[in-house]
Design a protein around this ligand. Sequence first.
Ligand code: SF4
Ligand code: SF4
Length: 492
Amino acid sequence: MKTKSLCPECLGVIDAEVYEADGRILIKKKCEQHGDFDDVYWSDASLYYKFSKWRYDGKAGITLTKTDKGCPFDCGLCPEHKSSTALAIIDLTNRCNQHCPTCFANAAVTGYLYEPTMEQLREMMILLRSETPPCPAVQFAGGEPTIREGFVDIVKMARELGFAHIQVATNGIALAKSEEFCHQLAEAGLHTVYLQFDGVTEEPYKKLRGIPALKTKLKAIESCRRGGLKSVVLVPTLMRGVNDEQMGDIVRFAAENLDIVKGVNAQPIAFEGRVDESERKKGRITIPDFINLLEEQTEGEIPKESFYPVPFVLPVSYFVEAWKKAPQLEFTVHPHCGAATYVFVENGRFIPITEFIDVEGVMEFLLDAADEINKSRIGKIRAITGLASALKRFIDKDKAPEGIDSVTSLSSILGIGNREALAEFHRKALFIGAMHFQDAYNFDLERVKRCGIHYATPDLRIIPFCSYNAIHRPSVEKSFSVPLHKPRLESV
Ligand code: SF4
Ligand code: SF4
């Protein structure tokens, strides 16, 4: 397949080809000035083709810039963009209380301080809420967002502005230090802690973070629990030879702490800046590797067939939109950006949702039902009244985990029916996902045009995550930064 990518040296847009070789999907490209580059795009061709089926074009929830220099230089969002904001990221500071050897973005290294003012933050959030449909979720990031002065007030501001999901991406140091801080954040309306969590032993932390941080992570989880926070998602940066042997153990750890840990979201490492070719090729790991590792390390209990790409759930939006006659968020991100599933745990065994629900059947049914509702009023009545009995045929009750009412839960996900059943479903379900952020070596403009994870910036632009990190971050940060005199450093 022909596509466009970036030259890792000059960051110019160049032609690229994504193709199959030896059961894998590779990307190759040539820059007239800097030569040839190649890399692994997806390490499992069969999974690549399976996921390719779910490729859609949506539309941006707002257009703020013009088509001028071409993608990815027109962000954004520009008229060419094909997805609305599913999750907004706002960097609160580039200061950090940890010094990861792999991070070149923190204030201590760059020599400048980037901290949008409270007024800028408010304007950025208002902009996100003005999208159609309004952006539902915001994640505060950095640097380390928890050390930003006024962080609790910023969470409150997000809640007042109507975000349904408010998250923080954190190393957990500040949370580990203070239960009271966790309590204040819970009161302010923080929903989910995205906790950097690279493994269940100290080794991965020593390599990736330069310190043994496991105790801090465990303390942070305990602090969240005691402080009244309800949801922690473990976020391992996945690197070959560092923690690829620990994916099963991380998921088991999550399952043992299901009262508070609601998910594991792995991030295969992206290579920043210039990277030695042999080091890059040795370390490159992609989403299918994560899926296959998990299958191996759970003795097949979480098989690769249980994973689907993000846009797989698009028919849910079509159905709810047809039924409620109001624009719904459509997950149209590129099918090779991420993968996910839900699993349950019963008697120490994992039961993926795909073991007892024919999820593909449900999605096809919802597409047809959305069509029927759009056609006529009678169709709408028929679709809604018959929904529960229609859904039953996709569920194998005998294989479902105890206490899970699948029909009622599915109906509730669609906005019809019993919220308690849905709450019970979420209490017992563990989300497992992976998103592979792009670097200049595997960058694919087809992916970034469909990105649904967007930075909001103080110049009131909305910039897709992978485009921001590959292209726009330095210029945005420099325009809104002051020279750094005294970095404030903390440790536990
Ligand atoms: S990434 Fe999206 S917003 Fe940015 S230039 Fe490309 S299409 Fe436009
Ligand atoms: S952040 Fe990157 S990997 Fe994730 S959806 Fe956007 S383009 Fe894809």
